[in-house]
Write a protein that binds this ligand. Structure first.
Ligand code: SAM
Length: 252
């Protein structure tokens, strides 16, 4: 039930600092006042976060505020975020998960990692929300560089296809929050859903397929099959997967 979690009216209304204290001056302002999960190492992260090397230019008016650049939709137990975190230490990334207890688990998992390895994992967090309804409440136009959909629920019955997380209407929304050049990653072990996601992406005018050759050099693409708990289950069972990765292109 959506009434159980607050949804910001606008991205700037959300309290991002609570999720990434080390990136919002939590550690550098005063170590004594720092939140429990921050640390001496986090001060370094905070400094480098002021100008992330690989971040796109932030939308006008928000130059000082670090912005989330990667989102993992339906992140489940958070395996992808935890693998991505050290690969892109200056990039803020968020998991968006509908199930309350799963979200709490991911937050606790990250908090434990931050305690064990001070200065690391400060760039990842997890929010409980319904990503099918509220993504534009969390992200401004062109804000995201990467958007992940790993092993989404298949909704097999035809009557439920409209609930699939990749559909033409939602792709309009994903195109809106992605920067031009940003990437949408999808993978599934259900062939019919794999075909569906590829077809919807292929026929959308604002997305262009990225070839497997090109993806070989993309560390994020290489995590899709194995980083998440669902991917590991599929791999253990020897299951096949279908991957579609598309780039957001400019409108003509
Ligand atoms: N991506 C993870 C993985 O690969 O292990 C989890 C895959 S699991 C099959 C699908 C996840 O999507 C579940 O955790 C589910 O709660 C979540 N989910 C489904 N609909 C959602 C929505 N509208 N918003 C956010 N999360 C959603």
């Amino acid at each position: 039930n959506d009434s159980h979690f607050p949804v910001p009216a606008h991205p700037q209304d959300f309290d991002w600092a609570t999720y990434y204290p080390a990136f919002f001056g939590g550690a550098s302002a005063s170590h004594d006042e720092a939140a429990p999960s921050t640390s001496a190492g986090a001060a370094t992260a905070s400094t480098s976060a002021a100008a992330p090397a690989d971040a796109a230019a932030p939308p006008a008016g928000s130059a000082e505020q670090p912005l989330v650049r990667f989102a993992d939709v339906g992140c489940g137990f958070g395996g992808l975020l935890i693998r991505l975190s050290p690969l892109y230490p200056d990039t803020l990334m968020v998991g968006m998960e509908l199930r309350d207890r799963v979200t709490e688990y991911v937050k606790e998992r990250i908090a434990a990692l931050r305690r064990e390895e001070p200065g690391k994992y400060d760039n990842v967090s997890c929010i409980r929300t319904n990503a099918q309804k509220y993504l534009p409440n969390y992200f401004a136009k062109g804000q995201l560089q990467k958007l992940f959909f790993l092993f989404p629920d298949p909704h097999f019955k035809k009557a439920n296809h409209r609930r699939r997380i990749i559909n033409t209407t939602l792709l309009d929304e994903y195109a809106y929050i992605l920067a031009v050049g940003g990437i949408i990653y999808t993978i599934t072990d259900v062939q019919e859903l794999g075909d569906w996601m590829r077809d919807k992406l292929e026929s959308h005018p604002l997305f262009e397929r990225i070839s497997d050759d090109e993806l070989a050099a993309d560390p994020a693409a290489n995590l899709l099959e194995t980083a998440t708990e669902e991917g590991q289950k599929v791999a253990r069972n020897g299951g096949k997967t279908w991957r579609s990765v598309y780039r957001r292109i400019a409108s003509t």
